[in-house]
Design a protein around this ligand. Structure first.
Ligand code: PLP
Length: 390
């Protein structure tokens, strides 16, 4: 096995071990599952209808090899332009297999073997394995340990002459934080200075799969509006709560200087091919315009967020109130998240230990669980919380 395969496997080991451990969930109808952000209810009614509408071939080449479908690129560019207030063009968009595929494409597009990529901690547990598989070097930059705000100074300290990309994620997994424009402006100034100091442009990869999942009308700002050298990755898997139907994109900020923008646009197709035919299936791409109009029920998700947050904080839990995503991030009573998660598991309640995010004192709850599941779990969470909070 290659050294990068070994490194990728090692960096995701804790996640695969956890997955194996919670396999029992599939066989236990009484398990109260708050682990991964998977659906627990039947799909949005509009989703199968949108896909079905595109299954019947309309031409002989309906199922031919598809790179980025023009209609999909146009629908995404129009949606993004309206959402972010920047003038995206269809050619700025590369259609991908979800955010996973877009992140891999960004690495192939921007970084050379051995380059360093700064990632947030706590942050999504797949950045590191994807980086290892791409022969790149993850460098961790801690978020603020109390508020989980982006710590721009920590990012500045993590940058070296080998830094090529900084990854940011808002709304953030696992913390649910949404960062304001002022944060991006401060980061842009750090990245500009560091790029000048080291004589090499540092790119920003804005990982935005939860962009449309926000609570209480909180505004969304993309760093693409603050720093021209930004690429955005997105997935439809979150907003549709259908992560198995792989669909997403990588978008170049329209503010990327024109000569670089042309060069990168021209590289989308050959690299999409080179990373293993990273384009989404044809039917998924034909459905984009219809899928752009669909979303999980945010009112129901807000009710679930409020019910869980209010019950836990009233019992003394320290919870970061989610501003976005469908996760709830808290400090484990007693401080030992593994012991806390084990005690919950003994009662049939499964939450994600913070160790998967390099945070041994925290845990994450996925609010994709149903309201009845939440109601059944709350008494257990309160009991176990009281037992551990010595
Ligand atoms: N980025 C973050 C922060 C995520 O949480 C995830 C999925 O959990 C992804 C990217 C990948 O999204 P997808 O599986 O839809 O490609």
């Amino acid at each position: 096995m290659s050294t990068r395969a070994t490194a990728a496997k090692a960096s995701v080991n804790i996640v695969t071990t956890f997955l194996a451990r919670v396999q029992a969930l599939a066989d236990d109808p009484d398990a109260l599952d708050f682990t991964f952000g998977n659906p627990h209810e039947m799909a949005l009614p509009g989703l199968p209808a949108a896909l079905r509408a595109q299954v019947e071939p309309r031409s002989v080449d309906w199922f031919a090899y598809q790179t980025s479908d023009r209609g999909a690129q146009e629908a995404v560019a129009a949606g993004l332009s309206a959402e972010l207030g920047l003038a995206f063009e269809p050619d700025d968009i590369a259609m991908t297999q979800g955010a996973f595929g877009a992140i891999s494409l960004a690495f192939a597009l921007l970084a050379d073997a051995g380059d360093e990529v700064v990632i947030p901690v706590p942050g999504w547990f797949c950045y590191e394995p994807i980086l290892h598989a791409a022969n790149l070097v993850p460098v961790r930059a801690a978020l603020d340990t109390e508020t989980f705000d982006l710590d721009v100074d920590a990012i500045a300290r993590a940058i070296t002459p080998r830094t090529r990309i900084v990854i940011v994620n808002s709304p953030a997994n696992p913390t649910g934080r949404v960062y304001p424009k002022a944060t991006w402006d401060a980061l842009a100034s750090v990245l500009d200075d560091a790029s000048r100091t080291h004589g090499r442009r540092i790119w920003l990869l804005s990982d935005e799969p939860y962009r449309r999942i926000r609570f209480d009308g909180i505004a969304f700002a993309s760093p693409a509006g603050s720093y021209p050298w930004t690429v955005i990755d997105y997935s439809f898997g979150k907003v549709l709560l259908a992560p198995g139907q792989r669909l997403g994109y990588l978008a170049l900020s329209p503010l990327v200087p024109a000569d670089e923008r042309d060069e990168l646009r021209a590289a989308f197709m050959p690299l999409g091919l080179a990373i293993g035919w990273g384009f989404p299936d044809a039917v998924m791409q034909y459905s984009v315009a219809a899928l752009e109009k669909l979303s999980i029920d945010m009112a129901e998700l807000t009710r679930k967020r409020d019910r869980m947050y209010d019950a836990l904080t009233a019992a003394g839990y320290e919870i970061t109130r989610p501003e976005g995503t469908f996760y709830l991030w808290g400090r484990a009573p007693g401080g030992d998240a593994q012991a806390f998660c084990d005690a919950l598991e003994a009662r049939g309640v499964y939450v994600m230990p913070g160790l998967l995010f390099d945070q041994p004192h925290h845990f994450r709850i996925s609010l994709t669980a149903t309201m009845p599941t939440i109601e059944r779990a709350i008494p257990h969470l309160l009991d176990v919380g009281a037992e551990h909070d010595q």
